[in-house]
Write a protein that binds this ligand. Structure first.
Ligand SMILES: Cc1ncc(COP(=O)(O)O)c(C=O)c1O
Length: 398
């Protein structure tokens, strides 16, 4: 049996939209992207959504927006030490300095108690990550952000459908950034999307995703069709060639939006299936609690079902790599549970952190894996995973 990490559902609707797009040759950012943005915003209860080319760009552009509100290059952004490397990269791409904070081992998320002592005069924003779709403690983090007048941007790359204290993640902050990459809950194959309730923020992000140009209305007819644009010469020069800020080239195209619209048409179905898979796996892991731990779903939350994390406990008589190898040979695909970005990612070494600075992130970085919970996984796959885990334990524990 094979248990893949990710899957993709390409609906008939997506195929029809792709054919339509190709036939009209309108394939760059246009009507379908706009429709996808509107639908996504509605589903997560946001007023605005801006689609971009990746989750990394979604984080980067959300941060780069802060220059319009007084941030300076080199200012600081607080992020958890444990995440997919894209979180730290995005801070650097945007021109800021990431300030890493250790995680709480049980939630895998930033430890809110450690945030305040990392705030300096240069701090501009906090970017919590909802790792594995488990909501970060947004009420506490929000209070800290308000108290210190910091922007709050949620890295919700893995958290579509996550709910915390009755509200969707993404509703707690100035902006939320989602990945729409293939292995994620809702996908456009490659892609990302930023949601916000602030119209001005959305306008600036539309400008940022398209080289910083002044042309940023939400249905840009110049971009999407050959229709006449009454705003084109409003500043005395073609608006498309006025660049108001340092921008990025980060648009989503129509073919990606077509895949995304199909994905959104099964939004609840995908989330519910993944969620029930995740809960079944969390439940079954209890039997192995001597050797492994995972996250749990608290009463006041619903996890966005990205993947199933398994962390090898200190006393287990085997290593993470031995486990991964055993599962791999038996068709079960796994991914490492990321790394402590500042101390386990060589690319960040120049920032000067040293191993031991983030013990919890480092522990999970060395001992954690995650397994798919996607919509093509059924009870038979789940039984198979746990049968193999059991045989691994028997093989390793004498
Ligand atoms: C927590 C987190 N942030 C950001 C990203 C970046 O998303 P993308 O791969 O779409 O650039 C990912 C992607 O896996 C992620 O897991």
């Amino acid at each position: 049996m094979k248990v893949s990490f990710g899957c993709i559902s390409i609906t008939q609707k997506s195929k029809d939209l792709i054919r339509e797009s190709l036939n009209t040759a309108r394939v760059s950012n246009g009507r379908l992207v706009y429709e996808f943005e509107k639908k996504f915003a509605k589903l997560v209860n946001a007023k605005e959504a801006v689609a971009v080319s990746s989750g990394t760009d979604a984080n980067t552009l959300a941060l780069a927006l802060l220059y319009d509100f007084g941030a300076k290059r080199g200012d600081e952004v607080i992020v958890p030490a444990l995440s997919f490397v894209a979180t730290g990269n995005a801070v650097l791409h945007a021109g800021f300095k990431p300030v890493f904070v250790d995680i709480d081992r049980d939630t895998l998320n930033i430890n809110p108690i450690l945030i305040e002592k990392n705030i300096t005069k240069k701090t501009r924003a906090i970017m919590p990550v909802h790792l594995m779709g488990k909501p970060a403690k947004m009420d506490i983090i929000n209070r800290i952000a308000k108290k210190h007048k910091l922007y709050l941007i949620e890295d919700a790359a893995e958290a579509h459908g996550a709910v915390y204290k009755g509200r969707n993640v993404g509703e707690f902050s100035d902006m939320a950034a989602y990945s729409l990459y293939l292995a994620h809950i809702i996908t456009t194959i490659e892609g990302g999307i930023i949601t916000t309730n602030n119209k001005k923020f959305a306008e600036i992000i539309r400008s940022l995703r398209c080289h910083g140009r002044a042309c940023k209305c939400n249905v840009c007819v110049v971009n999407t069709s050959s229709e006449y644009c009454p705003k084109r010469f409003q500043y005395g020069k073609d608006i498309r060639f006025i660049f108001e800020r340092v921008g990025f080239s980060s648009k989503m195209n129509e073919l990606e939006a077509a895949i995304g619209l199909g994905s959104l048409s099964c939004y609840r179905k995908i989330i519910n299936k993944r969620h029930s898979n995740l809960l079944a796996m969390i439940n079954k892991l209890r039997e192995f609690s001597e050797y492994f731990y995972t996250i749990k779903e608290d009463k006041d939350e619903r996890i966005g079902p990205h993947a199933f994390p398994i962390i090898v406990k200190e006393k287990a008589p085997f290593t993470r790599n031995e486990l991964v190898d055993y599962l791999d040979k038996r068709g079960i695909d796994t991914r490492d549970l990321f790394s402590s970005m500042p101390t386990q990612c060589p690319g960040f070494a120049y920032l000067g952190y040293k191993l031991g600075d983030f013990p919890n992130a480092e522990y999970v970085g060395s001992n954690g894996i995650h397994i798919g919970v996607h919509q093509d996984i059924n009870d038979k796959h789940i039984d198979y995973i746990f049968k193999i885990l059991m045989s691994f334990i028997k093989f390793r524990v004498k």
